[in-house]
Design a binder for this molecule. Structure first.
Ligand SMILES: NC(=O)c1ccc[n+]([C@@H]2O[C@H](COP(=O)([O-])OP(=O)(O)OC[C@H]3O[C@@H](n4cnc5c(N)ncnc54)[C@H](OP(=O)(O)O)[C@@H]3O)[C@@H](O)[C@H]2O)c1
Length: 270
């Protein structure tokens, strides 16, 4: 049964945003492993040196693998179309888009959120994701084929104090994704959303607490958070089902995860 995974992924071109760290990086590693290198990966993020290092790591392990590391800042909306149109021909037809780039900044209550943080979160998590998806979906419609895999969050369903903007971005992603799935319901294009709870990924919490390592670490104390590999496995699983099978929405969290409210309450009290 599981032997089919490599066969189903064989030869596909997979575009992952935010591939330089965290869930995006783990997803690239998992796709390479699951396909035994018989895929093409477009790895996009802002830090090219990290993408190059990942390419080197994966190419050494999987000689057949083709990797194209490329700078993409999804918050710079005007750069997305040139990025997409500028992909080398070999990597230009996307079979699987993983819209992963995203972030939470701070835990400020509404009324005190820096308007710059509002812009960055919406530009990255929502506007950039929409712009890239529009371009990729238009291409997929021509082929009546392809997978869109969205990194949503439990935060999109269960908003919590201090998460006013981040939760709103993930609710927006959820709504957009739902509409896209409905619009494409009679096609071979699959639209799938994965909604993780607390994941101790490379940089998510560090980013939220603006580089404060001890605050970032505190979020995971007294719990057993998911790992970025847990989420990557689910992305690969969704992409490698039979082509008529849509894993539409997956809520995934650790067994002893506290509610986000309790996780963050300590920080709010500080
Ligand atoms: N960790 C969690 O608890 C959790 C829970 C639910 C959902 N999620 C979602 O999962 C996704 C990945 O999060 P993560 O935990 O893996 O975070 P992470 O460890 O901070 O990694 C984020 C990745 O996104 C990239 N990125 C950030 N801003 C970008 C931009 N403007 N353009 C392109 N790439 C950008 C970063 O690379 P560069 O800095 O090189 O650009 C990095 O590769 C996000 O959408 C997040 O909302 C995370």
């Amino acid at each position: 049964m599981f032997g089919n995974i490599a066969k189903r992924l064989a030869g596909k071109t997979i575009l992952i945003t935010g591939a330089s760290a965290g869930i995006g990086k783990a997803t690239a590693q998992s796709f390479a492993e699951a396909s035994n290198g018989d895929i093409k990966l477009v790895l996009a993020a802002r830090r090219l040196e990290k993408l190059d290092a990942l390419r080197d790591e994966l190419s050494a392990k999987y000689p057949k693998l083709k990797v194209y590391p490329v700078i993409l800042d999804v918050s710079k909306i005007e750069t997305i179309e040139p990025f997409f149109k500028g992909l080398p021909q070999e990597f230009g037809t996307i079979d699987v888009l993983v819209n992963n780039a995203g972030k939470a900044l701070g835990l400020d209550p509404i009324g005190s959120v820096n308007p710059k943080d509002v812009d960055v979160m919406f530009q990255t998590n929502v506007l950039g994701m929409i712009q890239l998806t529009q371009l990729v979906v238009a291409q997929m419609k021509q082929r009546n084929k392809g997978d869109i895999i969205q990194l949503g969050s439990v935060a999109g369903r269960n908003p919590y104090p201090g998460g006013g903007i981040y939760c709103a971005t993930k609710a927006a992603l959820r709504s957009f994704t739902h509409v896209l799935r409905e619009e494409l319901i009679n096609t071979r294009i699959r639209v799938m959303e994965i909604e993780p709870g607390n994941v101790e990924s490379d940089e998510f919490s560090l980013m939220r607490f603006r580089g404060d390592k001890s605050r970032a670490k505190k979020v995971y104390e007294n719990s057993e958070p998911l790992t970025q590999e847990d989420i990557a496995e689910l992305v690969v699983f969704a992409a490698s089902r039979r082509e008529n099978t849509v894993i539409a929405e997956s809520l995934i969290f650790g067994t002893n995860q506290a509610s986000a409210y309790h996780l963050y309450k300590g920080s709010l009290d500080n």
